[in-house]
Ligand binder design. Structure first.
Ligand SMILES: [Fe+2]
Length: 334
């Protein structure tokens, strides 16, 4: 038994593969309000804070998130996690110097994750040299809570919980039951630090069906001030990007947020003021529905609906890779 790494793990960066650099520039800098750095013809980055890189965009056909980078508090945590992965027979690979430089970290190691999402871990991030230029003037909440969260859809939710428990000692925060487009979903919210959740795992109840094409259904970043959330909402609209869900408030973490559709097709949540978990008193519960109010779904183009249906049907045949060596038997919901 190794000591728990809970609380020492923070979502540190996210890598995206896309061909749509000019749209992403407008989306990330002009609409969401992040700091943009053009690194080369093949790479651009967004900053949220003093870290040199919070989002790394590379040219490629995936139009998806490909990698989650986790910042670890110290070398002992780094060694503990790598030992766990290796002990389960899963190979870890040292990133090259170029890869580390692109991600703005001193050193990184990668290993496979569920749903095709590569996992990377690092301890030290480089500081960005240029002064931060954010349209969100109050800045973003990162620090101990990490940079936000990701939500994934899967046909193997219990195995995903097993994976994040084995690797990061993730704890279950709570559940939400919700019906979306006539399908009953259960969403499991996992935390690895004080943030209510760093990973949300959604699955259709009792059916091996996944209607979402991308590895990440949405990602979330948190602004420090409410005005920056409403201003970002207005910029997203004014610049002509599609809104997936209007402004609303979540039932479980009480976050106020909206969801825009990124140029790559997955969704991007900008949120404000989620609750922070107090470990001494927290008890997991189940909420009915994702929202107390708002988050109304904007009309979805019919071609997208049809694409989602096709993705759902093909997921019934496909066998999703959950990295079984690390997922183990999985963790049931009750
Ligand atoms: Fe979210």
């Amino acid at each position: 038994m190794s000591t728990s790494v809970f609380g020492k793990v923070h979502l540190g960066y996210i890598a995206i593969e896309t061909q749509k650099f000019s749209e992403w520039r407008r989306f990330g800098r002009d609409a969401v309000g992040m700091h943009l750095d053009d690194v080369s013809a093949d790479a651009m980055r967004f900053r949220l804070d003093d870290h040199e890189c919070r989002f790394l965009l590379r040219h490629g056909p995936a139009e998806d998130v490909t990698t989650l980078g986790w910042q670890l508090d110290d070398h002992a945590t780094f060694d503990t996690i790598l030992a766990r992965v290796r002990q389960h027979g899963v190979p870890v690979v040292e990133g090259t110097d170029d890869e580390a430089a692109l991600r703005g970290v001193e050193r990184l190691v990668r290993f496979p994750g569920p749903n095709g999402l590569t996992q990377e871990v690092f301890t030290r991030a480089r500081g960005g040299e240029a002064p931060l230029q954010l349209a969100a003037r109050g800045g973003f909440v990162t620090g101990a809570a990490g940079m936000g969260h990701v939500a994934v859809t899967t046909t193997r939710p219990h195995q995903l919980r097993g994976y994040f428990n084995t690797v990061f000692d993730a704890r279950l925060t709570d559940f939400i039951d919700e019906t979306i487009s006539g399908l009953k979903f259960k969403i499991r919210f996992l935390r690895v630090n004080e943030r209510h959740h760093s990973v949300a795992i959604a699955a259709v109840n009792r059916m091996r069906l996944n209607p979402i094409r991308t590895r990440v259904q949405h990602l979330n970043i948190q602004v420090a001030e409410l005005d920056d959330m409403t201003a970002a909402y207005q910029r997203v609209r004014e610049l002509g990007f599609r809104m997936a869900l209007g402004v609303g408030q979540h039932t479980n973490d009480k976050e106020l947020s909206f969801y825009a559709v990124t140029p790559s097709g997955f969704e991007w949540e900008v949120g404000w003021n989620p609750i922070v978990v107090d470990e001494s008193t927290w008890e997991p519960t189940t909420y009915q529905g994702i929202s107390i109010w708002g988050h109304s779904r904007e009309a979805q183009p019919i071609v997208e609906k049809f694409a989602q249906f096709k993705t759902g049907v093909s997921s019934l045949r496909g066998d999703e890779d959950v990295v079984p060596a690390l997922a183990g038997a999985g963790i049931p919901d009750h």
